[in-house]
Design a protein around this ligand. Structure first.
Ligand SMILES: C[S@@+](CC[C@H](N)C(=O)[O-])C[C@H]1O[C@@H](n2cnc3c(N)ncnc32)[C@H](O)[C@@H]1O
Length: 336
């Protein structure tokens, strides 16, 4: 038996120090500033408007955390922070960290209340069954949320665009498409695919701007609607990224049934997110994401591949499989 050690306990218990240091750096656009050119301490302190008491410890903590490098008294981005946290690059993934800083960080301060009451702790805290109504009431929050979704989903979207046997299909609908990165990556990697992004009407202009920016306006269209009120658009492939986990079991099963109805025989339904391992003991990110759904939604939860395959079988899918994407993400595929 290995000797008990406090290291892991203390590292996780005080993990918010490192987390908030990175989130503040993203908030102040430190990495975007350093992507322009490396800076020395005084210049960087002035650019970011930091107090002299804080600046050196802040930058050096980021060096020790491996988000910055320091050479000859000047601070540089690492290759990863330069690629993923420079706001001017298309590879920027900081949207999710901006949202984590502004929204999730304060909401998670009420985790104990959520654990005891089972109630969300975000904008919809004081009632309302639909978390998106409260979130989308403020256009700035709407845009930030949709960009955040692109940040957290982009790596898996690229993997889906490569991993599915797309040559078998000609049309795809991405349900709850947000900014549209999944259907965009699918269409970019598979020039024969015609795509639809389906989402609430408020999302349309932000989707259309993103699709146009990627040169896909001819092949990828927005369809406004709510999956509560209408059938899903018909297509050979129905995609749902981070949708099922937003809702309670009843809505999850309703969405799986609607996906089935939208497909032809042989069509594929793909549900993806941080699918929890069937033993519920190793995908910590997936389990923490499920707690995030507790904080953010009235009934949402994340689920295992076996759970989802079960709902697919109940809806009539003849074949199901779970396929790993990247990091904690997997997709569950159901074939009609
Ligand atoms: C958690 S986000 C996931 C976004 C994206 N699929 C991804 O994986 O990055 C949930 C999406 O579902 C959309 N949504 C919420 N309620 C909806 C409804 N009733 N009908 C259609 N879309 C809805 C939201 O607008 C949002 O874009």
């Amino acid at each position: 038996m290995s000797e008990p050690k406090p290291d892991h306990i203390l590292q996780v218990g005080l993990g918010f120090w490192a987390s908030k240091t990175l989130l503040s750096a993203v908030e102040m656009e430190l990495f975007t500033e350093l992507a322009r050119h490396p800076e020395d301490l005084e210049t960087l302190q002035g650019r970011l408007g930091l107090h002299p008491r804080s600046a050196r410890d802040f930058f050096d903590a980021l060096v020790a955390l491996k988000f910055l490098e320091r050479r000859d008294g000047r601070y540089f981005n690492t290759p990863s922070t330069d690629f993923f946290l420079d706001k001017r690059k298309p590879s920027y993934v900081g949207g999710i960290l901006e949202m984590a800083n502004q929204r999730l960080y304060p909401f998670w301060g009420h985790l104990t209340t959520a654990l005891r009451t089972g109630l969300p702790q975000n904008e919809s805290k004081d009632g309302g069954p639909n978390p998106f109504v409260a979130l989308y009431a403020d256009p700035a929050r709407l845009e930030q949320f949709l960009q955040a979704m692109t940040g957290i989903s982009h790596g898996s979207n690229l993997a889906i665009a490569r991993q599915l046997p797309w040559s078998k299909y000609t049309t795809a609908v991405d349900v709850g498409t947000a900014q549209g990165d999944l259907i965009t990556q699918v269409a970019l990697a598979n020039p024969h695919i015609q795509g639809i992004g389906f989402d609430l009407a408020e999302v349309g202009p932000i989707f259309e701007e993103y699709v146009e920016h990627n040169g896909l306006s001819g092949r990828v269209k927005f369809q406004a609607g709510s999956f509560f009120d209408q059938p899903l658009p018909k297509a050979d492939v129905v995609l749902m990224g981070h949708i099922l986990h937003d809702w309670n079991l009843e809505v999850k099963q309703m969405l799986v049934r609607k996906a089935y109805e939208a497909l032809p025989q042989g069509g594929a339904f793909v549900a993806y997110e941080s699918i929890i391992d069937d033993d519920r003991s190793s995908n910590a990110f997936g389990l923490l994401m499920s707690l995030n759904m507790l904080v953010e939604t009235p009934g949402g939860f994340d689920y295992t591949g076996a759970d989802c395959a079960g709902w697919m079988k109940e809806a009539g899918f003849r074949e199901t499989r779970v396929q790993h994407l990247i990091g904690p993400d997997s997709m569950v595929i159901g074939i009609k």
